[in-house]
Design a protein around this ligand. Sequence first.
Ligand code: TPP
Length: 324
Amino acid sequence: MNEFNGLDSDKLHSLYRRLLLLRRFEERVYTNFLQGEIPGTVHQYNGQEAVAVGICDHLRPIDWITSTHRPHGHALAKGISARRVMAELYGKVTGCCNGKGGSMHVGDPSVGMLPAIAIVGGGNSVVIGLGLAYKLRRTDQVAVCFFGEGATNEGAFHESMNFAAVQRLPVVFVCENNLYGASTPYHQVSLVSDVAARACAYGVASQIVDGMDVLAVHKAGGGEAIALARAGRGPILLECKTYRYIGHSRSDARGYRTKDEEAEWKQKDPIPRLGNALIAAGLSDEATLARIAQSVEAELDDAVEFARASPDAAPEQALEDVYA
Ligand SMILES: Cc1ncc(C[n+]2csc(CCOP(=O)(O)OP(=O)(O)O)c2C)c(N)n1
């Protein structure tokens, strides 16, 4: 059972289902975006699912997350329904931000997700406010900040790490290192090869995690980082090594990387990796996994139908819910 961190079959199947939901959600979005149904642009999460699923499984609705311009996976993993995320992408009133946020601002305070912040490094500053509030109120809440390795060259990353360290804030910094900030390889913009190493400059503990393995993320994130932060031991940085399978956004033809590199990362795909391990251990079988896949398709059929059938956000509502 060690290979599964002591998790039972129901939990493992639920992690598997969530990985698949995030992946298939993005595949639907891709198709429907190309067909002109979804306005604006989309930055997709395909390949990185194990990070959001592994971390968010440990969070309660009162533990908030901050997210980035690539937030669909975080939103689903944190518990916003596929219907409400899809409707938001479609710009509909039934979306999680009433259709006024769109792809780059999905969120829902009722499940503990601050509407996503598309400014690179933006969430790093804001998460400090959440952490400080939890500390001052003496709660056992934890705030989690998801960000890309590109954000680690922003001042916000450094200021927030330092402040969180000095104040011993209950914040878990989760860097999704997918190697590229848009078309820029990380190694061309930092001589420090691992983001995790940067934490020691601030006296913050850090760990490198296989971000293509949901069980590794689950263990490092929850068993260790989140539990320590909850116990008042201050911030921690997790660097999850991962890969986005598709372009940075919908207009990216990926000329800056090779097909071989992409194929190599796909060998580590988190979904068959968990599915095959469950089958090999006798905890699952092809028919069970196929049933899960079918239920995911049904959930997404419903989400797309719901989004299509919902009314557009009305221009006259643009100034509602605005705070100064
Ligand atoms: C402050 C700021 N600078 C530039 C941009 C434009 N931009 C959007 S995403 C992105 C790359 C971000 O890379 P990374 O942080 O590694 O996240 P990833 O896209 O890999 O998930 C850039 C430069 C921005 N949104 N905000």
